[in-house]
Design a protein around this ligand. Structure first.
Ligand SMILES: [Zn+2]
Length: 160
């Protein structure tokens, strides 16, 4: 048997070579299968080291999957936003904050939206009437952009 020492746990003949293995990658519910992988696996600690070419193929597949899942989330965000009859600009002002083109970057899949925003959008898709509450609660919640702070001097504290 083709063996070598495991650099992870130190087992002297721990690593056994394997070939023709398939793995299914999964990101946010999307799956991608990578076949014909070869490499070394430690029988003792489970450490896996793919052969170089396979490692590259494997990490390319991971990257592709991450990009595809960002696009999928982006499409979902766009679909929900349109359902709610909001423009990208309104959505940023109401829900996410950030630059005026932040939401279009999410929708194009360039950036993964923060998890709370994804959750919020999904909640609003299910309970669209909550948008009214969002508008109410949102007033004054975003304190960025307030450039002037008014100092009130000689104000006496009222004790209630
Ligand atoms: Zn090991």
């Amino acid at each position: 048997m083709n063996t070598q020492q495991c650099l992870s746990c130190g087992a002297s003949e721990g690593m056994v070579h394997f070939e023709g293995r398939g793995e299914t990658l999964s990101v946010k519910g999307m799956e991608r299968r990578v076949d014909h992988l070869s490499g070394w696996e430690c029988q003792k600690c489970g450490e896996i080291e793919l052969d170089e070419v396979c490692g590259q193929r494997y990490s390319d597949a991971c990257d592709e999957l991450v990009i595809a899942s960002r696009k999928m989330i982006g499409n979902e965000m766009k679909k929900i936003r349109r359902k709610l009859h909001l423009t990208q600009k309104e959505t940023v002002q109401l829900l996410s904050g950030g630059g005026h083109n932040a939401f279009s970057r999410y929708e194009r899949g360039e950036v993964l939206p923060p998890k709370p925003l994804i959750l919020l959008m999904r909640l609003l898709e299910r309970y669209p009437h909550l948008l009214t509450d969002v508008k109410t609660f949102g007033e004054g919640a975003d304190l960025r952009g307030f450039e002037h702070i008014v100092h009130k001097e000689h104000e006496s504290l009222s004790v209630s």
